[in-house]
Design a protein around this ligand. Sequence first.
Ligand code: TAP
Length: 448
Amino acid sequence: MQVINPATEQVVTTVQSLDVEETDAAIARSRKAFPGWRAVAPGDRARLMRRFAEAVDADRERLAQLEVANSGHTITNARWEARNVRDVIAYYSAAPERLIGQQIPVADGLDVTFHEPLGVVGVIVPWNFPMPIASWGFAPALAAGNCVVLKPAELTPLTAMRLAELALDAGVPDGVLQALPGKGSVIGQRLVDHAGVAKIVFTGSTEVGREIMAGCARQIKPVTLELGGKSANVVFADADLSAAAAAAPYAAFDNAGQDCCARSRVLVERRAYDPFMELFEAAVSRVVVTEPSDEKAEMGPLISAAHRERVAGFVTDDVAFRGSAPAGAGYWFPPTVLTPTDPAARVLREEIFGPVVAVVPFDDEADAIRIANDSDFGLSGSIWTRDVGKAIRVSRDIESGNLSVNSNSSVRYWTPFGGFKSSGLGRELGPDAPLAFTETKNVFFSNG
Ligand code: TAP
């Protein structure tokens, strides 16, 4: 399988796609490694994870350059992503020594609970943020004493493969973390169907997530689903409009809009609509769309020609204004702002996963909440206002897993992350994430 640089359309390298037999062999290696990994004393497992984090730290620039070449991420973003992986592994390195159970008052003895690791966990990752999303699954799973088989997207396998090498170099035993490049329909499906895989962590489209959940249901296999989004960026008239407008392009066009948390709907209070649009247009025109290895780049290309075609299908006659994009080789697409008037427009309903955003006016607080919630998705979103009471009310009423007031921040590894409605099931990250990779065992000791 050829790995293509989306900014140049050139072949970066060739990677061997694994088949079902090779996937089974990898699962068998993982199952063999599990008793040993589970038996590593908590302090030693913590130390190995810290060494893994240090190995990632020492390799940050190489990982970042791999992501620029493989995924077209801007170098600034790719460096942040490599640091994020390091920090996520370091954060969960504290977990092995803190998997604390309970002592429960009972008659006739003593009752205690243990958090037992599940076994082999399959982590299936999309192409949009290959490195961080992998680590949000594998780091808490490893910390809780599980082995992980990681399935990167077929388009973007390079950083996942490098991270598995770094784990080995750091002393994490063979078979504890493996990355298997190849097709979702082959490797991913096998991880779901294989009785030797105890849990699936899936990040990707709602469509595939639904099938994964059905596959897991057949085996009563636990599953975490991190799926699509259609998030609203709600701007009230009392907000700092300059700050909201200056930030809005990055909430929709960062990573070329290939972001599950992209605020691809901007809802603006009607009486602030015209001044906001003027500021927003100026901000969009300033977004630097260029060769992603350029330190000044703020947006790179889309992942593939097929995806660019899909994104282009959302651009209708409602174009308000657009930014710029390079011509020539590469899957470039300009930042695009639409002002649809039909609430049923596809651009307001479906996930675009490209640099296209729709702006919609609203009348008041109730109208903003109604429009924000008029979606099958509920992953992320923002509320811009100077009124603290309004911020509290609206953030409680919007049906979404992650909201941000006067900012567009989405994912922090210290806090739980995941969606409402069709955006998913379960939460990743935050201090409790390792517990999602354990079963609670209750043991009664009779004093008779
Ligand atoms: P998908 O097409 O759903 O693919 C995601 C992963 O699943 C890939 O590794 C894919 O492998 C694999 N896969 C495909 N078919 C499979 C099957 N039958 N069984 C098991 N695995 C299978 O998504 P994508 O296009 O890569 O990513 C974009 C989507 O991910 C968007 O909807 C986006 O919102 C969502 N996303 C969500 C989040 C969170 S945290 N909620 C974060 C990022 C992205 P191949 O690529 O090799 O086919």
